[in-house]
Write a protein that binds this ligand. Structure first.
Ligand code: KPL
Length: 278
């Protein structure tokens, strides 16, 4: 590939987690910020801190804005919120190569399909991830719980393309290719609909939902409701309870993205999680 630089749209917890993980692999990703945020930085190379319960690593990463991108984008990871994805993509559309590989890595259902339809010449992939991460400060990401990320094509005719093979090995995140990504997106939607709103409501970490008390009663009730929605939609999903409890355990010390947004008084992704947007 002539210019295989990874661009990442969105410098929230998942954008920073992926940028740091790509740096860890030896790549030099560029983080795309909104013009107003970008202007706040005098230096266009910023320190990016990645912490886990065991260690901390520091990388330097280039920041750019839609106005300062000076080469065609061949590989782009979109880590905005669901409701912001299309506008963010449109802000960089002029720089997207026709065969650009776009990976959509955010929660919810509906926005991915809207983006796919709006980008007919690019190759659009969706990702579904159970990694838990939060921002301790701008560009300081805490990887609180290791999960799995599945990446799959959103177009039937795209399956033979190479996609993201180089992220499936020798990478600090667990990434696999998936032939049935819509199924994974539904499963993740069900998981988020049980965990995210509740953690915001109780202002608690994911693991605190398993308290054998009031929170867990709510959680288990939501799991029953989400299971019946999946069944009514004929989405094959087994043992949702095990999966939701598993995510709460693996990401116990994480603040869900919705809880982080609620704490900062920002718009949450809930309308893309609890209702399906067409
Ligand atoms: O997707 C998440 C989120 O916070 O949005 C989980 C997997 C629940 C991790 O917190």
């Amino acid at each position: 590939m002539p210019n295989d630089t990874w661009y990442i749209l969105g410098a929230g917890s998942i954008g920073c987690l992926w940028a740091a993980s790509l740096c860890h692999k030896g790549a030099s990703p560029r983080l795309i910020l909104r013009e107003s945020s970008y202007q706040q930085f005098a230096r266009k190379r910023v320190p990016l801190k990645l912490s886990t319960p065991d260690q901390t690593a520091l990388f330097d990463v280039d920041i750019v804005s839609p106005e300062t991108i000076n080469s065609p984008i061949n590989r782009l990871i979109v880590c905005t919120k669901a409701q912001d994805a299309l506008a963010a993509l449109n802000s960089v559309k002029a720089h997207l190569a026709d065969n650009c590989q776009i990976l959509l890595l955010y929660n919810g259902m509906g926005s991915q399909q809207t983006v796919r339809d709006a980008m007919p010449t690019q190759t659009v992939w969706a990702g579904s991830s159970t990694d838990g991460a939060y921002l301790a400060a701008p560009f300081e990401v805490y990887h609180a719980g290791r999960g799995n990320t599945w990446i799959g094509s959103l177009r039937n005719d795209q399956r033979s393309e190479p996609g993201f093979d180089d992220l499936c090995s020798n990478f600090r995140l667990n990434v696999s290719q998936c032939d049935a990504i819509e199924q994974k997106l539904w499963e993740k939607l069900a998981i988020n609909s049980c965990i995210n709103g509740l953690t915001a409501l109780f202002n608690c970490r994911n693991g605190e939902l398993l308290d054998n008390g009031e929170k867990q009663v709510w959680l288990d009730q939501l799991i029953i409701e989400a299971s019946s929605v999946l069944a009514a939609l004929e989405i094959p999903a087994t043992s949702l309870r095990e999966k939701v409890h598993g995510v709460c355990q693996n990401t116990a010390s994480n603040l869900s993205s919705t809880c982080q947004d609620a704490r900062r008084g920002r718009a949450t992704e809930l309308s893309f999680i609890v209702t399906i947007q067409h």
